[in-house]
Design a binder for this molecule. Structure first.
Ligand SMILES: NC(=O)c1ccc[n+]([C@@H]2O[C@H](COP(=O)([O-])OP(=O)(O)OC[C@H]3O[C@@H](n4cnc5c(N)ncnc54)[C@H](OP(=O)(O)O)[C@@H]3O)[C@@H](O)[C@H]2O)c1
Ligand SMILES: [Zn+2]
Length: 341
């Protein structure tokens, strides 16, 4: 099959488009003919071997978001050959104490890290991770929501319990994860303030359903947020930028505010005044993808049209390096998706 892979960590130049052995499904797995694959920042972390901790199989095919068609099934499954499917990329370990009690896994794994991912004509996936693709959804849309919309839902609904009328501040609203938070926060009935890096980006983000924007490269974000919230601050901050934004994140929270964090794009180190935490009674919530039940909720809301992924643009599989370059350069608004004809 054709695939995009790298044999050693490095820059965009290590990504190769070429022939790769066809994957073979084992018991409990399906072979899926990939039609579209979403890009995630994770694909870049893996290629660069950020933090040198992933220990991934080499050569490695990245890609956590997959939609496609069932080609072969080994074992019992409620699918037929030729059925259109979408993959839930959050794979529970099945072994931890929480899994054994039927609770959300404490060590949930991401599809495309320890196994070969979706930048390819075929993937092998556990049958339990596959769901019928909602018929009105294109393959591109179906590959644009799983990882990010699941995570955004888990962050805002599952962890921060956002209530109607609350104000949510979204960092990185142009990114894959942040853009997924826009429809989720809207669905939950929140007022949304979002960060943008330019006036032009702010205008486009407002068109996507954000109520107010702050240009973080120009404005004093904390001051602007305070003036937009009658001096109160926001109820919830949606964080994935990390080190660069953390001090402002804490400053803009109102008393009893919550920050929910799923990533550290600009670095891991954040400091805070501990007395501030208890005096203002703030909550810090970590989030990592979401549960099976949350994926099913998101899929239902996508199928009914209540949630819609924001798509930046598509590239053919052979141009995956160009697609990643667009993400590295920060030119995208929403999800970048690879198409596999
Ligand atoms: N825990 C989980 O389950 C989970 C799931 C998905 C993603 N993540 C993490 O979430 C992060 C985002 O992933 P993604 O796929 O959405 O990446 P992405 O599409 O590249 O988005 C990154 C966003 O960060 C913003 N940003 C970068 N530097 C910034 C700065 N100095 N100040 C303010 N904003 C800044 C960018 O905005 P501008 O370009 O406009 O500045 C962009 O919107 C990554 O760290 C990823 O690992 C975690
Ligand atoms: Zn587990």
């Amino acid at each position: 099959m054709k695939a995009v892979f790298f044999e050693r960590p490095g820059g965009l130049e290590v990504l190769r488009y070429g022939d790769f052995d066809d994957p073979i499904p084992n018991e409990g797995e399906a072979l899926v003919r990939v039609k579209a694959g979403g890009l995630n920042r994770l694909d870049i972390w893996l290629r660069e071997d950020r933090d040198n901790i992933r220990n991934i199989p080499m050569p490695h095919i990245p890609g956590s978001d997959v939609s496609g068609t069932v080609e072969k099934i080994v074992g019992q499954a409620g699918f037929r050959i030729g059925q259109d499917v979408v993959l839930n990329p959050a794979i529970p370990c099945g072994l931890c104490p929480r899994c054994k009690k039927g609770q959300p896994c404490e060590l949930v794994k991401i599809f495309g890290v320890k196994n070969q991912g979706g930048y390819a004509e075929y993937v092998v996936a556990p049958i339990a991770q596959l769901y019928p693709k909602p018929p009105h959804l294109s393959f591109i849309e179906a590959a644009a929501f799983p990882l990010t919309m699941l995570t955004a839902w888990h962050m805002l609904a599952g962890r921060a319990h956002v209530q109607p009328g609350e104000t949510v501040f979204i960092w990185g609203a142009s990114g894959g994860l942040g853009s997924a938070a826009i429809p989720v926060a809207r669905y939950l009935g929140a007022r949304i303030i979002a960060a943008a890096k330019s006036e032009e980006q702010a205008r486009r983000i407002r068109e996507l359903g954000v109520d107010e924007t702050v240009v973080y490269t120009r404005d004093d974000v904390d001051q602007k947020v305070k003036s937009l919230t009658h001096g109160q601050g926001v109820d919830v901050v949606f964080e994935s930028v990390g080190q660069k934004t953390w001090p402002t994140t804490l400053a803009m929270l109102r008393p009893f505010g919550r920050v929910v964090i799923a990533g550290t794009t600009t670095g891991d180190v954040g400091t805070q005044d501990l007395s501030d935490l208890y005096v203002r009674q703030l909550s810090m919530l970590g989030a990592r993808m979401g549960t099976k039940e949350e994926f099913e909720t998101v899929l239902r809301l996508i199928a009914s049209g209540h949630l819609k992924p924001i798509i930046d643009r598509t590239f053919p599989l052979s141009q995956a390096a160009e697609a990643q370059r667009r993400m590295v350069d920060g030119k995208h608004i929403g999800k970048i998706v690879l198409e596999i004809p």
